[in-house]
Design a protein around this ligand. Structure first.
Ligand SMILES: [Mg+2]
Length: 353
């Protein structure tokens, strides 16, 4: 398998077929909703190609992981995306005199990927490391999970949280002077989609009951259909059923992550938008002395890496054990290395000069 074929499948995005169904026309109430609408990318790119969804599910889920460290492909890749631990001095040098702003994905970054997504807890050690980082730099958790759920895993009130792939942004009640509403909400660009997401959640939950191991997770503004525990011979049926349900909802789109299908509103709002929104809300937009660090492990994190590349600020760090095409500049192999990196950063005493 080449590195490109290994990666392309995770990149697959399957828009729902554009046809009659539930549409939304009302404007979102907050500024971020206008931004999302202005860049709306409705699912008009045509119907799914037959088999494309299940093919990509299969291709992205190899049965055997490659022994990465020893092979030439890995060595070539690591040269282009060095370990943020081994290259720590370079990271420090680049951040010197700048304000670090930390963005952390949750699953696969702060907690290991586990069979049961409800059990993806983080260790007390990791919580300590994140708490220390947040004492030094503004820190946000950016996750595909519902904000409440990811908060219940992380349990740190001093952080910013961007749940539902950045569609639900919350500011801490203390230590932040941002203009949030009474519940701490800063931005919910997909608020109009709540009823339809709930409706599709109910329908999919019923449909998936017939597929052993399938699990539908309600992430508030988006849904995840996990197939990590589903026998491979059932994947075709699962993909077909999900696609069939979405045919009635042209304002929803289907994307694919690590052994999960994601259903979300077809607005142009992703983790990259959440990063930009938070930097702006924190008063850092347009400043040259900002150094955002974004650490994540999944395709959805690439949107944030892309923003950092585009602005030429900060660094993206991909968490992976195997070579993947990425916009990240550095890499870490697993959550334990993320923890070590966070601890080193705090210990280094790097602060804004
Ligand atoms: Mg992740």
């Amino acid at each position: 398998m080449t590195k490109h074929s290994a990666f392309a499948a995770e990149d697959a995005v399957a828009p729902a077929p554009a046809q009659a169904g539930r549409h939304f026309s009302s404007l979102p109430p907050r500024d971020c909703r206008k931004a999302a609408l202005g860049r709306m990318d409705l699912a008009t790119s045509g119907p799914l190609r037959a088999g494309s969804l299940v093919d990509s599910m299969r291709a992205s889920s190899p049965r055997h992981a490659k022994p990465a460290a020893a092979d030439a492909e890995y060595l070539d890749w690591i040269e282009k995306h060095p370990s943020a631990l081994e290259g720590f001095e370079s990271v420090l040098a680049a951040a010197q005199g700048k304000q670090i702003v930390m963005f952390l994905d949750y699953d696969g970054t702060l907690s290991p990927i586990v069979q049961d997504p409800e059990s993806a807890v983080m260790t007390e050690d990791m919580r300590d490391a994140v708490r220390s980082v947040a004492q030094h730099f503004p820190t946000a958790i950016v996750s595909g999970r519902g904000r409440d759920k990811v908060f219940n895993f992380v349990k740190l009130e001093e952080l910013y949280y961007a749940g539902s792939h950045g569609m639900d942004i919350w500011a801490p009640k203390t230590g932040s002077n941002l203009k949030a509403n009474g519940d701490g909400i800063l931005c919910q660009p997909a608020i109009d989609f709540l009823p339809v997401i709930e409706e599709v959640f109910q329908t999919l939950t019923e449909k998936m009951e017939s597929i052993p191991g399938a699990m539908v997770e309600n992430n508030k503004f988006c849904l995840s259909v996990h197939f990590r525990c589903v026998a491979e011979e059932e994947w075709d049926g699962l993909g077909e059923q999900v696609r069939a349900v979405l045919e009635g909802y042209p304002d929803l789109r289907l994307t694919k992550g690590r052994k999960v299908l994601e259903i979300r509103p077809s607005i142009k709002w992703d983790k990259g938008n959440a990063l930009e929104f938070l930097l702006e809300a924190l008063g850092f937009a347009g400043r040259g002395d900002i150094f955002p660090i974004y650490i994540g492990d999944d395709r959805t994190d690439e949107d944030a890496f892309k923003v950092l590349r585009k602005t030429g600020q900060g660094i993206g760090i991909l968490v992976t054990k195997s070579p993947k095409e990425t916009g990240g500049s550095y890499s870490l192999r697993e959550p334990d290395e993320v923890k070590e990196f966070l601890r080193k950063l705090v210990k280094s005493g790097v602060t804004k000069g």
